[in-house]
Design a protein around this ligand. Structure first.
Ligand code: IPM
Ligand code: MG
Length: 359
């Protein structure tokens, strides 16, 4: 059966980094003799400019027909002033929500070659290997009611709703426990149960689901402490499971532990492991078009695609090994420069990975 991959380049550095990932797709296609077909679609500001919507119906249809989706990034100053419902970010939220991609896996792993590129002391981060499991289609990102309203006294008020149903918590809990079973068998659930009822229930459901996984150890941590522990002693974590907003924030912190946010891939999965794969960094408008963005997070997202959606860990490992090889060879984009290596462009980094893979 042909694996159908939809490619959504998006905005900012999106097209540049995705182009490098496409080269990698082409190499693994011939190297592993994969039956794969790619199509391109529109999302974000690019989609808005062309169709008037950040996630047009045509893109939804393409996404529904695809087996997996590779996404670059969305957003940029050009679209910031748009009506809230039309911003590029809404397009990204819409695709996550429409496809029910509730399980967002964000692995933070330090490549030993990059130990010098992180802003933390080497001994704090060396050997780091954390999996953040972020709930992606609920919580305050989607809760209703939401909006900006004008009160009787004429003052405006912004409001959002932090809401999680038991079933939403339960399904992300299962993902976290099952991920932990393949790793160090520890789950840390991050909440704010000392203040927010939504997370009191979150904690209770985590405890319930934990009973089905006696081989996995569950602990709980408040989000403020978790943000501190992530920079104080990050290696204490194995799997971290948390809600949508806390996961957004903590995964950026975790990214910096690995040297650069330009290194972190992600998978967003539905209940059948159909997935969308994207780097966790954004569209970086400040460096868009300069050819200096790091394509490795996107290339590593292709690896995750083969692991999770296509059950080909051999392909995933080959891509991951190629990334390790180019780092060994000293190739560095500006963001991971640290004190070592030769600074290369986005395209040169992609070429280096392709060369390592073709060997
Ligand atoms: C992420 C991003 C998105 C999010 C934005 C672009 C809507 O920050 O994937 O982490 O907040 O989820
Ligand atoms: Mg984010």
């Amino acid at each position: 059966m042909t694996d159908k991959i939809l490619i959504l380049k998006g905005d900012g550095i999106g097209p540049e980094i995705v182009n490098e990932a496409i080269k990698v797709l082409e190499v693994v296609k011939s190297k592993f003799n994969l039956d794969m077909q790619t199509t391109e679609g529109l999302i974000g500001g690019a989609a808005y400019d062309e169709t008037g919507s950040p996630f047009p119906d045509e893109s939804l249809k393409q996404a529904q027909e695809a087996d997996a989706i590779l996404l670059g990034a969305v957003g940029g100053p050009k679209w910031e002033k748009l009506d809230r419902a039309l911003t590029p970010e809404r397009g990204l939220l819409a695709i996550r929500s429409n496809l029910e991609l509730f399980a967002n896996l964000r692995p933070a792993m330090l490549y030993p070659q990059l130990a010098g590129a992180t802003s933390l002391k080497e001994e704090i981060v060396s050997g780091l290997d954390i999996m953040i499991v972020r709930e992606l289609t609920g919580g305050i990102y989607f809760g209703q009611p939401r909006g900006i309203r004008t009160l009787e006294n004429g003052e405006r008020e912004g409001f959002n709703t932090y809401v999680y149903s038991e079933s939403e918590v339960r399904r992300i809990a299962h993902v976290a426990f099952q991920a932990a079973q393949k790793r160090d068998k520890r789950v840390c659930s991050v909440d704010k149960a000392n203040v927010l009822e939504a997370t009191v229930l979150w904690r209770e459901v985590m405890e319930e689901v934990a009973k089905e996984y006696p081989d996995v150890e569950l602990s709980h941590m408040y989000v403020d402490n978790a943000s501190m522990q992530l920079v104080r002693a990050p290696k204490q974590f194995d799997v971290v499971v948390t809600g949508n907003m806390f996961g957004d924030i903590l995964s950026d912190t975790a990214a910096m532990l690995t040297g650069s946010i330009g290194m972190l891939p992600s998978a967003s999965l539905d209940k059948n492991n159909k997935g969308m794969y994207e780097p966790i960094h954004g569209s970086a408008p400040d460096i868009a078009g300069k050819g200096i963005a790091n394509p490795l997070a996107t290339i590593l997202s292709v690896a995750m695609m083969y692991r999770y959606s296509f059950n080909r860990s051999d392909v995933a490992e080959a891509i991951e090994k190629a990334v390790g090889d180019v780092l060994d060879q000293g190739y560095r984009t500006a963001d991971i420069k640290g004190d070592a290596g030769k600074t290369v462009s986005t395209v040169e980094m992609g070429d280096a990975v392709v060369a390592a893979l073709s060997k």
